[in-house]
Design a protein around this ligand. Structure first.
Ligand code: MG
Length: 256
């Protein structure tokens, strides 16, 4: 079911968006050589407690998950693309980590992800993150009343493909509201002019993710982490966006 939010409800959702942005800002600052993934999860967990928020992940147990997630943060390192389960791993110089975080604040959810290079950057990783960001920017720019879901999908796919990437459409964007995952689904590639018309009040997460030399993934033995089939690195960037008559509002925008 597609739910439309009133302007007052979108205003209420800003608290969740701001909190999720603050957590990702803190985690980005904490990400460094020698930091363990479990420490990053612990930082996010303590911020959730301080804020009186609720984790969207800790009890999350969809059909594709082996067991409840058990952590409050996804940490996808290097060849891990999505749903990286935090484990006892200490970040090394040159690692590429994607941090995906969602929380419920005062009854509303926001969901966002960022990709960060740890220490010394490799040129191909910088480019991968840049193209992923460009595809998100292009998608958000099309998220206006009068366009359709297919325009958002097509924008993501086009930027990826124009830059030499093949785009996996198994996982993509989704409605966000009282819960983390709702309708509509927003594939990361599609045909312009197709699909649900965009109306003021739609709120959804847009989340392009790209892998350097493949579009195929497999599930790690941990039952959660999705890795590139060929071991190449991945980037994943996400914002929760509200469609309004005045254009898209990025609810999870981070302070510059
Ligand atoms: Mg997310």
């Amino acid at each position: 079911m597609i739910e439309l939010r009133t302007p007052a409800e979108i205003d209420q959702m800003r608290a969740a968006g701001t909190f999720v942005a603050e957590v990702l800002t803190a985690l980005t600052a904490a990400t460094a050589v020698g930091v363990n993934l479990l420490e990053l999860d612990a930082i996010a967990h303590s911020m959730i407690r301080e804020r009186g928020a609720e984790s969207c992940y800790i009890d999350y147990h969809p059909a594709f998950g082996a067991s409840p997630f058990g952590k409050v943060l996804c940490t996808s390192v290097n060849d891990a693309a999505l749903h990286g389960l935090p484990h006892d791993y200490t970040l090394l110089d040159g690692d590429l980590i994607s941090l995906d975080f969602a929380a419920n604040v005062e009854g509303w959810v926001a969901d966002s992800a960022v990709s960060v290079i740890v220490g010394t950057a490799r040129a191909e990783d910088v480019r991968l993150i840049e193209i992923t960001q460009l595809s998100l920017d292009a998608a958000i720019a099309t998220a206006v009343v009068g366009n359709r879901i297919g325009d958002i999908s097509a924008a993501i796919g086009r930027v990826g493909q124009e830059n030499g990437f093949t785009v996996n459409t198994d996982f993509g964007g989704h409605g966000v509201g009282r819960t983390m995952h709702g309708d509509p689904h927003i594939p990361n590639d599609g045909r312009p002019g197709r699909g649900l018309p965009l109306r003021a009040g739609l709120v959804f997460a847009i989340e392009p993710w790209l892998m350097q030399t493949t579009d195929r993934i497999f599930t790690d033995p941990d039952g959660w982490t999705l890795r590139s089939l060929d071991g190449s690195r991945a980037a994943h960037i996400e914002h929760t966006v509200a469609i309004t008559d005045d254009g898209p509002i990025i609810l999870t925008a981070r302070a510059a």
